[in-house]
Design a binder for this molecule. Structure first.
Ligand code: HAM
Length: 454
């Protein structure tokens, strides 16, 4: 092979490589002048907060298991219509808070502001009517509402929820209230149960007419927002924050006086069952909830101490929605009831009470590549034995690793060097006494387990 030929062959390869590199570097993104901020009302849930979140997840899962609810996950993005008519065209959620946009396929979509409508859609779509009734489902996940952010109110927040679909017996309403109340109590939160009945559609319409007439007589005292509510959705006046309206409410007609007989009996039974299981409740004649799909029983959970007036920071709420599934095109009337709790609000209340994260007791220190590789294998053995082990594979100096182990206040540190790898041993250092022993690598998991349980 002549040198010229060989140069000719390799030349394009050689020259191609730098060209590619040049292309890539030309495309390298320009450094940002400023790290992007989080969107308003959105937050990170940091590692140190996860202990509390884990406690909530664990208790929810345990509760769902105990009452045989099955998990369901529905998408965070749905066709906007899933929420618009169900949650209600004139509710705050639909009027001002939904993240709705047209996506690249031309579909009008919304980030879910809640999950009940999606679950009703899923119940119909998956023919759950043909399953044994009731269908009992639970969920936990992020929801989105473009509300004005303030303490306890976010634009992305999380809900955990339980829904029982397919029965109208009052015991179901009571059972869901009991579940939420116990779940909160298991998490160390005493919540007051606020409860009301908003009757059937006709009774509610008759009440709304009466309520509108009452407020029309006092129209002059209403602010602009409340005047708008009076025309569009008079029930919302019941949650007005305006002191003048609150004063007017004292004399306003109450929905209980308009209840149809069947709803009144249903409600009485719910209350009797709650009395029997000793779940205290407060009858709240002005509780109507901010979503349109409810009928009959509605309820909220307020942090104790917040009773007496409409809470801005309800820990959760729910109620019966016997017409939602039919409204969404379900084959037949399908009664249902459910609730959702706000996870951020619960997390905030239990933060102080939750025990510190269980500290890690074992640290693995390594010297050299071979030790790191053996270490990775050893980690699997500890994981199988359910013993968490900390490490600093990124640090090579033993002193730096031992300093970290000290800082973490572990009970023992395992030290693996080149020699130990060859011998099949490992050094076990007791961090309290500082004493060290060499132990057989095969027995180290059992030895550590004994030490930790001693
Ligand atoms: P909701 O009352 O709109 O009901 O929301 C339930 C809970 O979610 C609230 O009580 C609150 O704890 C939390 N939450 C709502 N908005 C925010 C926010 N912007 N920031 C933080 N937390 C918030 C529903 O969503 C119904 N789907 C409940 C239901 C289930 N009804 C029947 N089944």
């Amino acid at each position: 092979m002549s040198p010229k030929k060989s140069t000719g062959k390799s030349a394009p390869e050689k020259s191609e490589a730098p060209k590619k590199a040049a292309k890539t570097s030309a495309k390298a993104p320009k450094k940002m002048a400023k790290t992007p901020d989080l969107l308003r009302g959105f937050r990170d849930i940091l590692p140190e907060e996860q202990v509390v979140w884990d406690a909530i997840r664990d208790q929810t899962r345990a509760m769902a298991k105990a009452y045989s609810f099955e998990r369901i996950d529905v998408p965070v993005l749905e066709k906007a219509e899933v929420f618009e008519r169900t949650v209600g065209a004139h509710t705050d959620i639909v009027e001002k808070e939904m993240y709705t946009f047209v996506d690249a396929s031309g579909d009008r979509v919304s980030l879910r502001p809640e999950a009940t409508a999606s679950i009703a859609r899923a119940y119909i779509g998956h023919g759950m009517l043909n399953r044994p009734q009731p269908v009992k489902l639970w969920y936990m996940g992020p929801m989105f509402r473009h509300d004005r952010p303030q303490a306890g109110r976010f634009r992305q927040f999380h809900q955990l929820g339980f829904e029982t679909i397919g029965v109208d017996d009052p015991i179901t309403d009571a059972q869901l209230i009991v579940i939420a109340h116990r779940l909160l109590r298991d998490l160390g939160i005493e919540a007051s149960v606020q409860i009301n009945s908003i009757g059937n559609n006709e009774a509610r319409q008759a009440y709304i007419t009466e309520l509108s007439a009452y407020f029309k007589r006092h129209r002059a005292k209403l602010g602009e927002d409340d005047k708008r509510r009076l025309t569009k959705n008079p029930l919302r006046l019941l949650d007005s924050k305006d002191p003048a309206v609150k004063e007017l409410l004292a004399e306003a007609p109450q929905i209980v006086d308009w209840l149809d007989d069947a709803s009144r009996q249903h409600f009485t039974k719910v209350l009797e069952i709650l009395d029997e299981v000793e779940v205290p409740y407060i009858l709240n004649p002005f509780l109507v909830r901010g979503l349109d799909y409810y009928n009959r029983t509605v309820f909220e959970f307020w942090p104790q101490g917040d009773e007496g007036e409409k809470s801005q920071n309800a820990l959760g709420g729910g109620g019966r929605y016997d017409h939602l599934i039919e409204l969404m095109g379900g084959r037949e009337a399908t009664p249902a009831v459910g609730f959702a709790l706000g996870v951020e609000r619960i997390a905030k209340l239990i933060k102080e009470k939750t025990p510190e994260k269980e500290p890690i007791q074992v640290f693995f220190a390594q010297l050299g590549d071979a030790a790191r590789r053996v270490g990775l294998r050893l980690f699997e053995e500890f994981r199988a034995a359910n013993i968490p082990v900390a490490e600093a594979f990124g640090k090579s100096a033993l002193k730096a690793q031992l300093d970290l182990a000290n800082k973490m206040q572990v009970k023992c540190t395992l030290i693996l060097g080149q020699k130990e790898v060859l011998d099949g041993t490992i050094i076990l250092r007791d961090m309290e006494s500082g004493s060290q022993e060499i132990v057989d690598m095969k027995k180290v998991v059992a030895i550590i387990r004994r030490k930790l349980t001693a």
